[in-house]
Every structure is written in structure tokens, then in C-alpha cells.
Design a protein around this ligand. Structure first.
Ligand SMILES: NC(=O)c1ccc[n+]([C@@H]2O[C@H](COP(=O)([O-])OP(=O)(O)OC[C@H]3O[C@@H](n4cnc5c(N)ncnc54)[C@H](OP(=O)(O)O)[C@@H]3O)[C@@H](O)[C@H]2O)c1
Length: 353
């Protein structure tokens, strides 16, 4: 890549003005070569307030107008999951590249359709799986794969917080793809996938809430809590939980025959430490805890880490790539397939399914 292409600005549009759109816009301001040009919302006032806060030149009261803006190269989709496919279709038909929030869609069929649409239009598509773009996670992945900390035998990862929201909120509303698995469970599944490779098999138990979608009035069954196990190559196992009714640590641990890696806040790590355990001579000896090794990010974390996913999109677009090697389509589809299998075995279903 020449210096000239490295400096080519990437002109961003943001579709929706909810919580994650704000977090993303704040980090985007820290990304070299990224420019927030436009924002689209269902309500013009909301787009205008957002544009003013983050310095976007154009504010639109519809997603259609945003997609049609000729000054925008790539659109970040930040609506509830159930809307991602129609939003992405709108962007692709207008010739825009897409960074789409996780999970890509509710079902594997819809995700395959989104990937196919991107390919038909010859446009870039990446799921906004920021964990996979985080420099600390990437350093851990690289050093674990090199065998520096031994062979991973077991991973435990948990993510949960208490959701006190109205039934119409996207976290609880079956119409909008509510539930712990798709919102939070995707992270431990992704973490295990990044560290251990594709799961050979998965099992799950879920606590379900049967309720009606507040827009459709149709019944669905969403998961309030879910516990999953996975089996991976080389005999590695994973235990993974996600919950909307309890406060989990948000941490992960990777156990190897040489010691343990503690990942604090695993979906956006604040620290990663390997604690080697010395081999004891016989059962009467105490295990010896050796000097811990702090695993540092390979490059700076931009803001809360959303900056690194935006930087990755910019890198790919400048290089003419249609998918990112950090979040390839096949990885996104593998995780979507896993979640669909888990939904089928636990009874999680959305209106109309
Ligand atoms: N990567 C992460 O760390 C992370 C964190 C949180 C969420 N997410 C993902 O980001 C997406 C959005 O989550 P969020 O927490 O930002 O949700 P949110 O606060 O509810 O915002 C969603 C936005 O989508 C737009 N929208 C369009 N149709 C809607 C409808 N029928 N109901 C509700 N909103 C509608 C609204 O924006 P306008 O009114 O402006 O059109 C709304 O503000 C989800 O897919 C979620 O999984 C990712």
C-alpha cells in the first residue's frame, strides 16, 4: 500500500441513532482517515442532534436518503437485528459498502442472503464483530496459536447483565430479535471460535420467556439466560453462558497444561494475563505459580475498540477487499449456523418462525 492510498479518506454514514451508534461515532472520530459524513434516522430531529454532536455534514430523516447520499462510501448499520437484512439491502442497492452490527440477522438463511447480496453487488460486507478486531484479542490469538502458553484444553467465557427494559425494547421484544443468545451469547461463542477454531459440536440449555412481539402481536420465545458447551479439535472443551437476568463477570479463562490465561472483560479486554503453573515433582509438593506474563495488544486500542473495527473496514476498502480476513463471511456464517442450531435445540423462536 502506498502512502497516497493509505491517506484516502473513508466517508462514513451511520444508519440509526441508538446506543451503539453513539458509541461507534465517538470512536470513529479517533480513526485516522475516517470521516463521518452523514447520519440517517427515522426521525429527522434525532439525525440532526446526532450529526451536530459528532460533526456529520448531512442529517436525514430516513434511511433511504442516507443510502442515496453520493458522498458516503460505507454505511454502519446500527438498528435492531431483525432489521439488518432490509437495511443492508437498501445500502447495497444504493451502491454502498456495509458494516453491519452483530448478529448479522436472526437466521442463517437471512445471513446467507445478506452475504449473497453483497457479492452480487460487488460490495464490502463485514459483521461488526469488534472483539475479533480488538488488538489484545488478536495478540492472544497469535501467541496461543504459536503454542506459547501450551495447548488450550478448556475455555470458560461468561457475559451477562440485568436488562431492566420495557417489553418493547429490542432486548426483550421478540419482533426485534430479543434474547440473550443473539445479543450476548454470540460473544462467548465467537471467543471460543477465535481461540479454538470451529466447534465440532455444541449443546445448550436455556431459560425461555414466551411473549408477544409488541409490533406484530405474534408470539415468540426468547432466552433470558443460556448455558452452552462446545467440543473442539484436540479435545478442547468450552463452557459459555449469557444472561439478561444476572450479573456475570464478563471474563474468560483459558486453561492449558502449562497454566491459565485470565481475560478480564473478554469481549473488549481490559487485561490478559497468563499465569504459568510449575510442574510438581509428586503429589505431596505444592504447585508452583511462576511469574505471570501480561499479554499486551499488538497495536493501540482505538477508543473502546469500535475504532479498530472501523479502521479494519478502512484498511479493507483501501485494499479493494470485499471481506475482512479478521471477520470473514465464513466465520460470521459459521457462528450464525451455530446459533440457529442452539435456537432449534432450546426452543428459541421469533414471530413468524
Ligand atoms: N458491538 C457492540 O458492542 C454492540 C452493543 C450494543 C448493541 N449492538 C448491536 O447493535 C444493534 C442496535 O443495538 P442498540 O443497543 O444500539 O439498540 P437501540 O439503542 O435500541 O437503538 C436501535 C436504533 O435502531 C433504530 N430503529 C429502527 N427501527 C427500530 C425499531 N422498530 N425499534 C427500535 N429501534 C429501531 C432506531 O434509530 P433511529 O430512531 O435513529 O432510526 C434506534 O435508536 C443490535 O443489533 C445490537 O446487537 C452491538
Amino acid at each position: 500500500m502506498t502512502n497516497e492510498t493509505a491517506l484516502t479518506p473513508i466517508r462514513w454514514g451511520i444508519l440509526a441513532t441508538g446506543k451503539i451508534a453513539h458509541a461507534f461515532a465517538a470512536d470513529l472520530a479517533l480513526v485516522p482517515g475516517a470521516e463521518l459524513v452523514a447520519v440517517g434516522s427515522r426521525r429527522l430531529e434525532s439525525a440532526q442532534a446526532f450529526a451536530e454532536q459528532y460533526g456529520a455534514a448531512h442529517a436525514y430523516g430516513s434511511y433511504e436518503e442516507l443510502a442515496a447520499d453520493p458522498d458516503v462510501d460505507v454505511i454502519y448499520i446500527a438498528t435492531p437485528h431483525s432489521l439488518h437484512l432490509e437495511n443492508a439491502r437498501l445500502c447495497f442497492e444504493a451502491g454502498k459498502h456495509v458494516l453491519c452490527e452483530k448478529p448479522l440477522t436472526l437466521s442463517i438463511a437471512d445471513s446467507e442472503q445478506m452475504v449473497a447480496l453483497a457479492q452480487e453487488h460487488g460490495l464490502f460486507l463485514m459483521e461488526a464483530m469488534w472483539t475479533a478486531c480488538n488488538p489484545a484479542i488478536r495478540a492472544l490469538q497469535r501467541r496461543l496459536a504459536a503454542g506459547e502458553f501450551g495447548t488450550p484444553r478448556h475455555i470458560h467465557a461468561e457475559l451477562g447483565f440485568v436488562v431492566n427494559a420495557d417489553p418493547s425494547d429490542r432486548m426483550l421484544n421478540p419482533d426485534l430479535g430479543g434474547g440473550a443468545l443473539l445479543d450476548m451469547g454470540i460473544y462467548p461463542l465467537t471467543f471460543a471460535h477465535l481461540m479454538l477454531g470451529r466447534a465440532r459440536s455444541l449443546t445448550a440449555q436455556a431459560e425461555l420467556l414466551v411473549s408477544k412481539g409488541t409490533e406484530s402481536g405474534k408470539e415468540g420465545a426468547i432466552d433470558l439466560s443460556i448455558a452452552m458447551t462446545g467440543a473442539y479439535d484436540n479435545g478442547a472443551l468450552a463452557t459459555m453462558t449469557a444472561s439478561m437476568t444476572s450479573w456475570s463477570s464478563g471474563d474468560a479463562a483459558i486453561a492449558t497444561e502449562l497454566g491459565r490465561i485470565d481475560v478480564t472483560g473478554f469481549h473488549t479486554p481490559s487485561s490478559i494475563v497468563f499465569t504459568p503453573i510449575g510442574q510438581k515433582a509428586d503429589w505431596t509438593d505444592e504447585d508452583t505459580v511462576l511469574e505471570p506474563v501480561v499479554i499486551e495488544p499488538d497495536e493501540p486500542v482505538l477508543g473502546r475498540g469500535y475504532g479498530n473495527e472501523a479502521a479494519e473496514v478502512g484498511r479493507c476498502l483501501r485494499a479493494g477487499l470485499l471481506e475482512s480476513p479478521l471477520v470473514p463471511h465464513e466465520q460470521t456464517l459459521t457462528l450464525m449456523r451455530q446459533m440457529e442450531e442452539i435456537r432449534n435445540t432450546t426452543g428459541i423462536r421469533y414471530p413468524g418462525e
